[in-house]
Design a protein around this ligand. Sequence first.
Ligand code: ARG
Length: 565
Amino acid sequence: MNSKQLLVDALAPALAEHLSADEILNLIEVPKDTSHGDLAFPVFQLARVFRKAPQQIAADLVEELDTSNFSNVVAVGPYINVSLKREPVGATVVKEVLEAGDAYGNLNIGEGRNMTIDFSSPNIAKPMSMGHLRSTVIGNAIANIAAKVNYNPIRINHLGDWGTQFGKLIVAYKMWGDDAVIAADPVKELVKLYVDFHEVAEEKPELEEEARAAFKKLEDGDAEMIRLWTWFKDESLKEFNKVYDMLNISFDSFNGEAFYNDKMQPIIDELEAKGITTVNEGATIVDLEELNLPPALIKKSDGATLYVTRDLAAASYRKETYDFAKNIYVVGNEQSVHFKQLKAVLTKLGREWSEDMVHVPFGLITLDGKKLSTRKGKIVLLEEVLKEAVDLALEQITAKNPDLANKEAVAHQVGVGAVIFHDLKTERMNSFDFNLAEIVQFEGETGPYVQYTYARSKSIIRKYGKEISTDLTEAFGLTDDYSWEVVKKLMDYPRVVANAIERFEPSQVAKYAVQLAQLFNKYYGNTRILEDDAHLDARLALVKAMTVVLKNALGLLGIEAPEEM
Ligand code: ARG
């Protein structure tokens, strides 16, 4: 049940000639001050067609309305304020949630169509840094929300596994590499080789030439080069997978940049044949000046392809393979020009589906006020941050609930959940600071707070110990303000889900989860839930409905909900 829809239905007959149902819906407001009712409809818009003063229109409309769903309908100046009948609405909503379970809030926006989502996509032979956290968790949440609205999400990890840096790595490896050392801590060692290469190349510039030659050999398919590259890649993937396992995130495809090596030529040929490219100092480019964009560099003068060339091939491959309805790229805002160029070149090629590509950018994270790439001169490894968060969570749990049986497992869910939640609760374009100790608190707008609210409500249900009936139409009886606020919030969930996917904004769901938890805690603080009176069943049903929605919302964000903590 949607509360606004109830008012739309009531107003529609009287306004049919002037406003569509959607227009009415868009006009309906939720008064800040709940004493003004649950919903308000402003009538200014109608002054012209009715040729009456707004106050008069409001007063007249009130006389005409079917008020069966409302306990109170009043004209207040140019507004119609209505209050819903709390008892039948509350009973219907709670019943709806309990009957639907996890399917509550499911929508059919996607109509079963495919949505490809390119996210995380780290560069191999480099550690996964905190910088990759955002793409990873935002992308995963978008995929979850997409599934809830009946898109079929396809999670793609477009690994950065190609480029001249692999020539450098191979040269460095040949000079200083030690297989045993690499096997022990691969990514760390590969980073070291890469850094060493740059240091030494300052004095010996001929190394750069060697690196280019090595990469050329790799591109030409030299068996030894391929063997090394594959090894570096496999070792890197193992490290990345440790982080993905901790985050409980999986992918449908790890086709990275290298996968497109043999898929670029047809597109380059087509670009040339259609006269879309020009040659500039030996390089092949697409001029995009009319769009105020820098030229897209398709091929260097030595024939090497580039990042955008591979993305052209990747987008085409995704269209052919998945026939996506939408193709999403969850990548930092600093790459926005790249994605504009990508789209522009595809548009020039006449690919109408380029309209369905969406770059979903996000802002930066700082750590304790400092830029993320360094902390005490070192790279901040995502894996270490997650482990630290789990340790902090364990400390808190040990202090609060020392006898908890599966402490370690819960600490994992809470620590990792805290990091994910903190990332997702901020609108994605806003930058934010990351202070682990604050994030893992059980109070405030944190993941652990939401999880704790969930666990606490589950413990009430356990204490009750009986089956909770969904047959509430008789004597629901909950009409107090505290339970009513929870009911209204539950009612709002489908709208929040729709909004989140429309804007690719998981923060909508995260904020909702905090608000629902806060309203619930107010309810909990002001109600004797387990009191044995006529409304006991109804109160438990409300508690259970809240747990269903809270767990679902956390799930959309990729966060687990421990039953006890
Ligand atoms: N590997 C890139 C990076 O770490 C991100 C790739 C994003 N995806 C894409 N199709 N370009 O910056």
